[in-house]
Design a protein around this ligand. Structure first.
Ligand SMILES: C[S@@+](CC[C@H](N)C(=O)[O-])C[C@H]1O[C@@H](n2cnc3c(N)ncnc32)[C@H](O)[C@@H]1O
Length: 229
């Protein structure tokens, strides 16, 4: 395990950085000493263990490196995470929302098996086997209000899925983080055209677009919309 100087992120509680403020490396505190989720590096500083958070593996880390102005990561907030896969980003979100709950929805059985293993020691992660297109079907697994919906499902109708879940679960003033993969929606049209269309669909459903974050540097053909209900 390596030793490195790690300091709190200036704006986001439970996120840590090293290096220059302009181009920092990101970390979260590891609550389960010695355990890694996706081969991330562990570091020790002042007897605290940190997991490095790789923006090429987690689009949420990429979003943070782009300095969003919306404050959406608040430690006692609850998040509905759509498209959890095996829990790479979920694990860091669980570290950040330390007093909240992360409901991690995934429909691929193989991924959810890994997700369950990866989050078995994390008391604030609720893995859910379910299909994001049908929000009503997992209502029994969600037992608090939802402050944030984070969606990364790579499906053709990404905006509609986000709207359905926001209508059903997101509290008024809650934040939707929608990761849009243009290739999953339309592999022929230009990405910018696809993003514009998805944005319009959200606006027509009454969501206010706060920011559009370009994460191309870390994830090709992806953009992120941050919206408020
Ligand atoms: C790009 S991966 C997500 C990566 C993950 N967000 C991370 O950063 O660790 C997309 C995931 O969404 C899941 N997915 C796609 N459509 C879904 C749906 N309708 N309901 C639930 N999960 C879905 C896929 O099985 C896949 O695991």
């Amino acid at each position: 395990m390596k030793k490195i100087k790690i300091r709190p992120h200036p704006h986001i509680k439970n996120v840590f950085i090293s290096g220059s403020s302009e181009r920092p490396r990101l970390y979260t505190k590891n609550p389960i000493k010695g355990k890694t989720i996706y081969g991330e590096k562990l570091y020790h500083d002042n007897k605290i263990e940190y997991r490095e958070w790789n923006p090429y593996r987690s689009k949420l880390a990429a979003i943070i490196l782009k300095h969003p102005s919306t404050k959406f990561l608040i430690k006692n907030h609850n998040c509905l995470y759509l498209g959890a896969a095996s829990g790479t980003t979920v694990s860091h979100l669980s570290d950040i929302l330390s007093n909240g709950i992360v409901y991690a929805l995934e429909f691929a059985e193989r991924s959810i098996r890994q997700l369950i293993q990866n989050s078995s020691e994390r008391m604030n992660v609720v893995p859910i086997l379910g299909d994001a297109r049908f929000p009503i079907k997992y209502a029994k697994s969600i037992f608090t209000n939802i402050n944030i919906i984070y969606q990364d499902v790579a499906q053709p109708n990404q905006a509609e899925i986000a709207i359905r879940n926001s209508d059903y679960y997101l509290k008024e003033d809650g934040i939707l983080i929608l990761v849009i993969k243009s290739q999953s929606i339309d592999s022929v049209s230009k990405s910018e055209k696809v993003y514009k269309k998805e944005k319009k669909i959200l606006q027509q459903a009454g969501l206010a677009i706060l920011e559009n974050i370009n994460i191309q540097k870390y994830a090709l053909n992806h953009t992120v919309l941050i919206a408020r209900k």
